[in-house]
Unconditional design. Structure first.
Length: 209
């Protein structure tokens, strides 16, 4: 009986380690978007064109993967980063990520757009990792979101916004809004909503605070 429970605990620990490794890999890709505001500053149109091309290439690769055609590198990376909920499904995260970054860059001025994109990179990215490693207290009605993840999201967005805008009052408002959005059970669509909403809110509030 003891050996049975030990084996069961070992299997559970192994499963959690695999999930954590996948999340670390996935969020490391996610946080690479932090370089995009700097790239946009120096080469706005080429960077947007490159992002659009990458998004289109990914969609084609993912459609082919579902038809049994493995695309070198892309299919392997997608399979390695996919969550359990995405198994045997089209992995939508990269599409909403690219779309969120592109729409934010197109709709808002450089400074607010940078806030939105970096909030996505660090706020959402670090929230997920904190939730996986430190999250025990689950926030009700959020489909598993944790208090640790939400707090980390607030801190990350506050730091990003205050650094870019040099305004702690604005940073508090943007961080609180970002935390509230991150708490919503949006799945991959938070990649779209977080940068667009927070970039727009920053642009609206920046001259008035």
């Amino acid at each position: 009986m003891i050996s049975f429970f030990c084996a069961k605990i070992g299997i559970e620990i192994k499963r959690r380690l695999i999930d954590l490794r996948k999340e670390l890999f996935r969020k490391s890709i996610h946080m690479c978007t932090a370089f995009i505001p700097l790239l946009l500053h120096f080469a706005y149109t080429p960077v947007l064109a490159a992002l659009f091309a990458v998004g289109c290439m990914y969609i084609v690769a993912e459609v082919l993967r579902h038809k049994g055609v493995e695309v070198p590198v892309v299919s392997v990376v997608t399979a390695a980063a996919a969550r359990k909920r995405d198994e045997d499904r089209f992995v939508l995260g990269p599409v909403t990520l690219v779309a969120g970054v592109c729409i934010t860059a197109l709709c808002w001025k450089e400074q607010p757009a940078a806030v939105g994109i970096l909030a996505l990179a660090f706020g959402d990215g670090l929230a997920s990792l904190a939730g996986k490693t430190l999250g025990h207290a689950v926030v009700p009605f959020t489909q598993g979101k944790t208090a640790a993840g939400s707090l980390m999201c607030f801190i990350a967005i506050f730091c990003v916004t205050s650094t870019i805008c040099s305004d702690t009052e604005l940073a508090f408002i943007i961080a609180f809004a970002g935390m509230m959005v991150e708490l919503l059970p949006l799945k991959d669509y938070d990649n779209l909503l977080i940068p667009v909403l927070l970039g727009g809110l920053t642009q609206f509030l920046l001259p008035h605070i």
